[in-house]
Write a protein that binds this ligand. Structure first.
Ligand SMILES: [Zn+2]
Length: 428
């Protein structure tokens, strides 16, 4: 028990720690035959990050390596020939991060690598497939950077305040919903940081390699947590903390939400209705949720228009349709509607050298805060989950936020259409 708790103070600036493999020195000292391969891996990682990638997939197939780069707004696919140096690099990487690949079918590891003069931490997942190996790489963060503040995560005006006011004012349960785990973890850490104070005891469930947040008790609870780690978390939850933040819905903490403490529960979804059903699927009773649930934050990653190539444009039919649905012309207020439309400032971003042809200048996070109204609370007391999820989804305002951002030229209208289509697809 004592070991499980003390083993949690893991910091990636100490590359010697178990779990994080430091490839920075190894790349400099490698054999001359391997140099071209490692160089191509560094180059590919740099190119992917320039495109704001948050996930890189490599799938070995008999005739090629299928390489997909996923970012918030696009997925691009390349087919690499088998004699590509990147293939050698992936094999070398596999040897470093997964030395005993004969005994396991899958393996997760973390490695440090220098990309464009930055020390970056990547998470790598290797899975054996019928064709060879499938590899997923995810950039976690620059280890030299300080912990992010809410203002840095939610770069748009007012967004950070929505979160801060909610977490500082309320007790009870708040759900933090995001399909992207890295984004959810970043926000959870930033919230824990903004709540620290001499009178606050804060508990945070953490991943294997996390930065230390001063003034916060962090318990490592990785995806494949050991029984000892799970026990350490449960025991810590019983120690009357003022704030408890759990990164995953199976870090069962919702039961501790009551009048005296604030519980923030991470869930892997991006609509408020699904966040509620996920909580119920994990064993929380609708009646106790009704007593404690205060609000649901849903997060979405969006790319802001590149300021160097953005130029005025008019929206196409699809966006017009969405705008019409979200702000229909009120009878008797046509002149107001027209005046409103005259201030519209739609942009498109054809791409330039500065944004590496992505049209995106920076990636930021949008947050939507959903209130638990009296009728939702009543429905939960009656165990009418269907009504509650519907009423929550009706309140979701992320579509309006995206339209508003397109109208003031903060995001390109084409990206707005993509987000709206993606969001609509996931919500229904
Ligand atoms: Zn540009």
């Amino acid at each position: 028990m004592r070991n499980a708790l003390t083993a949690t103070a893991v910091h990636p600036t100490h590359p010697q720690q178990a779990g994080v493999i430091d490839l920075r020195g190894r790349l400099r000292a490698c054999h001359v035959d391997e140099r071209a391969a490692w160089f191509s891996l560094q180059e590919q990682l740099e190119l992917a990050l320039q495109q704001h990638a948050h996930e890189l997939h490599f799938d070995e197939e008999p005739s090629c390596i299928r390489y997909r780069i996923r970012s918030t707004f696009a997925t691009t696919e390349h087919q690499l020939p088998l004699d590509n140096p990147l293939r050698t690099a992936l094999a070398l990487l596999g040897k470093q991060v997964w030395p005993n690949d004969a005994d396991e079918l899958s393996h997760r590891a973390w490695f440090l690598i220098k990309v464009a003069d930055q020390d970056l931490l990547f998470q790598s997942d290797h899975v054996k497939t019928s064709g060879g190996t499938a590899i997923t790489l995810r950039p976690l963060y620059d280890i030299k950077n300080p912990l992010p503040q809410l203002e840095k995560i939610f770069a748009l005006p007012g967004q950070a305040n929505i979160v801060r006011e909610n977490v500082q004012r309320h007790k009870g349960l708040i759900l933090l919903a995001d399909t992207d785990r890295t984004r959810r973890v970043r926000t959870a850490r930033a919230i824990s940081q903004c709540l620290t104070g001499p009178d606050q005891r804060i508990l945070l469930s953490e991943t294997n390699c996390h930065p230390l947040v001063p003034g916060v008790t962090q318990i490592a609870l990785p995806v494949h947590a050991s029984e000892e780690q799970k026990l350490a978390w449960q025991q810590a939850c019983d120690m009357s903390y003022d704030v408890m933040i759990a990164l995953e819905s199976n870090h069962d903490v919702a039961q501790h939400a009551h009048q005296k403490s604030l519980v923030i529960q991470g869930v892997c979804t991006n609509t408020p209705g699904l966040a509620l059903t996920q909580l119920i699927a994990n064993g929380a009773r609708p009646e106790s949720i009704a007593r404690s649930l205060n609000s649901i934050f849903t997060q979405h990653g969006i790319g802001l228009a590149c300021q160097y190539c953005k130029c005025p444009t008019i929206p196409d039919e699809r966006l017009e349709r969405w705008m019409h649905r979200h702000s229909p012309v009120q009878s008797g207020a046509i002149s107001d509607w027209l005046a409103d439309r005259l201030t519209d400032n739609f942009v498109q971003t054809p791409g330039c050298a500065s944004c590496h042809d992505t049209g995106v200048g920076a990636v930021t996070t949008l947050v939507d805060s959903i209130k638990i109204t009296a009728d939702i609370q009543e429905a939960l007391f009656d165990a009418d989950v269907r009504f509650a999820t519907h009423a929550l989804d009706q309140q979701a305002g992320v579509e309006n936020q995206i339209i508003a951002l397109a109208r003031i030229g903060k995001i390109s209208f084409l990206h707005a259409v993509q987000y709206l289509e993606k969001y609509k697809f996931q919500a229904h």
